[in-house]
Design a binder for this molecule. Structure first.
Ligand code: GLU
Length: 399
């Protein structure tokens, strides 16, 4: 038996990346799979961003940079946080990493320890809990009712806090539900957290993929939270740059310095050429976002309509952001076809992959086992084809 580190042995692969990898494998084997699994824009990275990368490469920007990113990149991030979020940060309160994912892992490791509890309102993105466990701390799930739009209620938050609570992971717009918190809801949550020593970890990676105007930032609504808060963001979704791996965090100097030390030992600077591309993305024309968000908006409308037509799929809330729908499939639990029994979202996802050749992610690792997540970051043609196939496959399921 291979003896592994106890924490590593206990974690599973990321369910989102695993679902995407399975779809890719099937495609390579010649099977016509439609993937609604990956949370990845299908658009190409805008040309001016790619050109900035070419220019950086030609100019020899191919060497190490400071661990947390070049001064020019940090300035671009500083400007972005001011422009989009009305938040002020000094350069030494900012760190760039290989994706928001690395930034989050850094800060979670830097701030939380054994015996600490970190609150995760669920449904939540699959990697939050794994990252907290890997740091040795304890993820503590706070279920959010579908009837409340899957949003955290201040009373539920109050009840979940114990003397051991050291952090909370917030994510609006939400992956996987598409819920977007309004200013009133954020203010109510902020009221519970202000004056505590709970680190407020705000994952804002979908902030631009919204259909009712830019949301307000919780640290803007309650500036005192900034003293024990970290913002995380990424260029992956906003600028269609998933493969480039660039994201960042901003927060109090001591926390960012600790993240920097960790990153210096674990990996070093994010890719130097990517950093140059990121500067262009953040400071160049922002109009490039509009057509992408408009396309997501149209697809959202189509997908909501199509999902609601599928037998056994319930979608009471229209998602207001991100590019996911997270329908409730509890009516299908207990049905089966050809010996394949649907017992939860994960088994329905496997069934759809086998029978419909459509890849979706089961809700289990998002903390909502009677749901599945479908990404609509793919063409309208693919979406229509995928929904035709899902409808046909689900029709085969019998009690
Ligand atoms: N965050 C995206 C998703 O949920 C990308 C994959 C990942 O890192 O989880 O699909």
């Amino acid at each position: 038996m291979l003896k592994l580190n106890r924490r590593i042995a206990a974690i599973k692969p990321s369910a989102t990346l695993a679902a995407d990898a399975r779809a890719t494998e099937m495609k390579l084997a010649g099977i016509d799979v439609i993937s609604l699994a990956a949370g990845e824009p299908d658009f190409d990275t805008p040309v001016h961003i790619k050109e900035a990368a070419h220019a950086a490469m030609s100019a020899g920007q191919t060497k190490y940079t400071p661990v947390g990113g070049t001064a020019a990149l940090k300035q671009a991030i500083q400007q972005k946080l001011k422009r989009d979020n009305h938040l002020d940060y000094e350069l030494n309160e900012i760190i760039a990493s290989a994706g928001a994912k690395q930034a989050e892992a850094n800060l979670i490791n830097a701030l939380f320890d054994e015996g600490d509890e970190v609150l995760i309102p669920t449904p939540a993105w699959v990697s939050f809990a794994a990252m907290v466990s890997l740091a040795g701390a304890e993820p503590k799930f706070v279920p959010c009712a579908e009837s409340n739009g899957f949003m955290l209620e201040p009373d539920a938050l109050r009840r979940a806090i114990t003397p051991r609570t050291r952090g909370i992971m917030l994510n609006s717009p939400s992956n996987p539900t598409g819920a977007v918190y309004g200013a009133e809801q954020l203010t109510a949550i902020a009221k519970v957290l202000v004056g505590t020593e709970i680190w407020v970890m705000s994952d804002d990676v979908y902030e631009h993929v919204v259909y009712n105007g830019l949301p307000q930032h919780i640290f803007n609504l309650e500036p005192r939270l900034k003293d024990h808060g970290i913002v995380f963001n990424s260029l992956s979704k906003t600028y269609a740059m998933t493969g480039w791996r660039i994201g960042f965090a901003a927060g109090p100097r001591g926390a960012i310095a600790a993240a920097n030390r960790l990153q210096s030992q674990n990996s070093g600077n994010p890719n130097s050429v990517t950093q140059a591309a990121a500067i262009e993305a953040l400071t160049g024309p922002q109009e490039v976002l509009r057509p992408m968000v408009e396309a997501f908006h149209q697809r959202r409308d189509l997908v909501v309509e199509r999902v609601r037509r599928i037998r056994g799929f319930k979608l009471p809330n229209v998602p207001q952001g991100a590019f996911y729908v997270f329908p409730n499939v509890s009516e299908l639990l207990g049905t089966s076809f050809n010996g394949k029994k649907i017992i939860d979202g994960d088994s329905l996802a496997s069934f759809l992959l086998d029978e419909a050749h459509v890849s979706v992610v089961g809700g289990n690792d998002f903390g909502a086992a009677d749901h599945v997540r479908l990404s609509y970051a793919t063409s309208v043609e693919n979406l229509n084809k995928a929904f035709d196939r899902i409808e046909q496959a689900v029709a085969k399921l019998k009690k």
